[in-house]
Structures are given as structure tokens and as C-alpha cells.
Design a protein around this ligand. Structure first.
Ligand SMILES: Cc1cc2nc3c(=O)[nH]c(=O)nc-3n(C[C@H](O)[C@H](O)[C@H](O)COP(=O)(O)O)c2cc1C
Length: 242
């Protein structure tokens, strides 16, 4: 299996020690992206990625290199220490550059593992934020490891090992999980947005070109009978509301 690690820590210390422990439980190839070395300029807020298409982002080449690697990998590992109760600016800047993915989700078949370290607080909140971000990208299943490192000389490895092994098993199985109702609602929101009288051009192109506009959810992920009905009802509501 091929794993892509997107490291949001500017150094290889507490968060990276957890990643090393995670890696010891996985088998395959690891590609590392250290955002501190990527030197991605700050998002300028032009909204070109959302409104006109990601190719119009002034930093498209750098961002797209990472997006391509995300497309190719089997498992995503995304990491951050807690900085002022949030992710690092390095990681937030990368996430800001992916805001268009919220409108045009594509990572439906990917599984991800979030790794967060903190001195004392904020780890669960930050792990939940990354979980939410990845789900907006379309990611099928997110595992979370959030560890307090303050005042500890060594890592408590049992929780890391347990979650890493679950992640590994899931990635290797290729099994797709049924989406949460919230994920279906967001799918229907963006689908409904794409078919309004005045849609965002890039969204409309994406939803029609991918054929997603004709589906209740990504065709790569099976919806049971009730979730299929739920999606249709939500889509009809969204069409009227938007
Ligand atoms: C700028 C900065 C802000 C931080 N903010 C918090 C915080 O809000 N809460 C906390 O418990 N720890 C905070 N920490 C501590 C780090 O989250 C913690 O030491 C983390 O394990 C560092 O990971 P690293 O070794 O990968 O850099 C902060 C550290 C830095 C440098």
C-alpha cells in the first residue's frame, strides 16, 4: 500500500515520533510531504480556485503536485501539533488552498489517519477539525490519534498501535464504508448548488463532467436503500432552499 504523509509540524519531534510509531504498524511505501519545506505562499483569498477552477489558483502548481499525490495514494496520513488550540499555520494554509474541494469533492475512496500532538490541551478539537476537513474533501473514513506529550518522557504506544493497525487493515481491505448522513447532506448541498440557475461555473462543470450530478452519492461508495432515499429527499429539499 502507498501512504502519503502530509506533515504540518515545522519540526520532526513530538508529532513525528507518533508518525514513526504509526509507520512501524503499516506495511508499504511512504511518501513524505513536509509542509515546512514546501514553502507554499499564503492563500491570497482571490477565490479563483472556488469560482473559476483550481487551475486559476496563483499557487496551482505547488498545490496540484500534492493533490496528485493524494489521488495516487491508498492511505493519507495528515499531522499537526496543536498551536494556539488549532492546527499549525502551515497546515491551515494548505487546507485553505483546498477549499474548492469542499464544493467539488473527489477523495471518496480514500482512508485517512489524523495524527495530532499537544503539550496539554486542544488535541481532540484539532483532530476533530481535521476529520471534518477530510470528510469535506470526500474521504471515506478517518481515523484519529490525538496524544498529550507534555511532561511525558516516552510515548504511550498502545493506543497508537491499535488505531494504526485498524487503519492499515481498512486501507488494505479496500472496503468502502457507508457515508454518514452529514456527508450525504453536504453531497446534496453541493449537487443542488451546481444545478441552480446561477451556479458557480467551476462547480457546474465538475458535477456534470464527473457525472456525479446523476448520482445519490459517489458511485464508488454503496448507499443502502434508506440512505439512497434520504439522499433523494435531501437533494429535493436543497433544490428548493438554494
Ligand atoms: C506556537 C505554539 C503554540 C502551541 N499551542 C499549544 C496549545 O494551544 N495547547 C497546548 O497544549 N500546547 C501547545 N503547544 C505545544 C505543542 O502542541 C506540543 O509541544 C506539540 O507536541 C509539539 O509538536 P512538534 O514536536 O511536532 O512540534 C504549542 C506550541 C507552539 C510552538
Amino acid at each position: 500500500m502507498n501512504y502519503l504523509i502530509i506533515n504540518g509540524s515545522p519540526r520532526k519531534k513530538n508529532t513525528w515520533a507518533i508518525v514513526e510509531q504509526v509507520k512501524s504498524n503499516l506495511e508499504g511505501n511512504f511518501e513524505e510531504i513536509h509542509l515546512s519545506k514546501e514553502d507554499i505562499a499564503l492563500c491570497r483569498g482571490c477565490q479563483n480556485c472556488i469560482m473559476n477552477g483550481e487551475k486559476y489558483c496563483p499557487h496551482y502548481n505547488q498545490i496540484n503536485d500534492i493533490i496528485e499525490k493524494l489521488r495516487e495514494c491508498d492511505g493519507i496520513i495528515i499531522t499537526s501539533p496543536v498551536y494556539a488550540m488549532n492546527v499549525t499555520a502551515l497546515l491551515k494554509n494548505f487546507i485553505d488552498h483546498t477549499a474548492y474541494l469542499y464544493h467539488r469533492q473527489e477523495f471518496f475512496t480514500k482512508k485517512a489517519l489524523v495524527v495530532v500532538s499537544t503539550a496539554g490541551a486542544g488535541h481532540k478539537k484539532v483532530a476533530n477539525y481535521l476529520d471534518e476537513t477530510l470528510r469535506h474533501w470526500g474521504v471515506n473514513k478517518v481515523y484519529k490519534i490525538a496524544i498529550q506529550c507534555g511532561g511525558k518522557d516516552s510515548l504511550e504506544t498502545s493506543k497508537i498501535d491499535k488505531t494504526s493497525r485498524k487503519f492499515r487493515k481498512d486501507v488494505e481491505s479496500g472496503k468502502m464504508h457507508s457515508p454518514k448522513l452529514g456527508d450525504i447532506i453536504f453531497f446534496d448541498v453541493w449537487k443542488a448548488m451546481a444545478i441552480t440557475d446561477d451556479p458557480i461555473k467551476a462547480d457546474k462543470e465538475f458535477w456534470f463532467e464527473t457525472g456525479l450530478v446523476n448520482n445519490d452519492f459517489s458511485p464508488d461508495v454503496k448507499l443502502g436503500f434508506f440512505k439512497r432515499i434520504f439522499s433523494r429527499i435531501m437533494f429535493n429539499i436543497m433544490k428548493r432552499v438554494i
